[in-house]
Design a binder for this molecule. Structure first.
Ligand SMILES: [Zn+2]
Length: 264
């Protein structure tokens, strides 16, 4: 894809895989999708990568620190180049805006709102579930989606545990994205996805399997304690360092099962 590049931050971990990938689209009119963590080397690399820009839109998928932590540092660095909010006047200045969700300075986007770059337009697709306000950016001409943490480049699961109702939201987001007819997905963590439909199906199947497992325990042992349900559903398959995350996931799964009588 012309005018698209990525920079990977040095913040590998169980949730970030090999680190946060910041996607940068365009040369003069540029979108920076998720600047990434507040890591000096990374922010500096992003600034270098937009050196030719006179208009930068920082487009956030959500506010988790590995995506939006570097916004303030990036704004400060770009401000040193010019006066944000004012048109560039050929003096090396740059106009900077923040859109999307998860930062105080961000102008919220609604479904269908566009971000223009000189490498094509991005269209906002609300994809709640990972967070309540998570959005993705669709590039219709390229048939791709910048998906934040909706799906990762590896595996079959992402963090869906942030708020009661997030499980239903998440499944709805997968449905919405599947109607776009994507050719690729650019996630924030892990490699580019070249089989979007199969990947979305895998993430859906994983979530539904968890829902069904929790529902089965509820039916079999209606009085089971949280710990008993946990042991039944997650058993020994969850390593100790992500136990807290698995417990949070179980809490929202229980909420989902106890409030949604239907399958799925
Ligand atoms: Zn996240």
């Amino acid at each position: 894809m012309d005018g698209l590049r990525s920079l990977r931050a040095d913040n590998a971990g169980p949730f970030t895989l090999d680190g946060t990938r910041t996607w940068i689209l365009g040369r003069r009119r540029v979108a920076v999708i998720d600047p990434g963590p507040d890591v000096e080397d990374h922010v500096r690399a992003v600034v270098r990568s937009v050196a030719a820009a006179d208009e930068v839109v920082i487009a956030l998928t959500h506010g988790h620190p590995d995506h939006a932590g570097g916004v303030d540092a990036l704004l400060a660095a770009l401000r040193d180049r010019g006066d944000p909010g004012r048109p560039a006047r050929g003096d090396g200045g740059v106009t900077v805006r923040v859109v999307g969700s998860g930062h105080a300075a961000a102008r919220p986007l609604r479904a269908g709102d566009r971000v223009s770059t000189d490498a094509g337009q991005l269209v906002c697709i609300p994809t709640p579930g990972h967070t309540r306000d998570h959005v993705s950016y669709h590039h219709p001409d390229a048939g791709t989606l910048f998906a934040g943490d909706l799906v990762l480049g590896e595996g079959d699961t992402t963090w869906v545990a942030e708020y009661p109702g997030c499980v239903a939201d998440y499944l709805g987001s997968l449905d919405r994205v599947q109607t776009l007819g994507l050719r690729t997905i650019h996630p924030t963590h892990g490699p580019v996805i070249h089989d979007p439909d199969a990947t979305i199906e895998r993430y859906r199947a994983h979530r539904i399997a968890r829902i069904e497992a929790v529902r089965a325990v509820r039916v079999r042992q209606p009085d089971a304690s949280f710990v008993e349900v946990y042991d039944e559903v997650y058993g020994e398959e969850v390593p100790g360092d992500v136990r807290a995350a698995a417990e949070a996931s179980l809490r929202v799964l229980l909420h989902h099962v106890d409030t949604a009588p239907e399958r799925g």
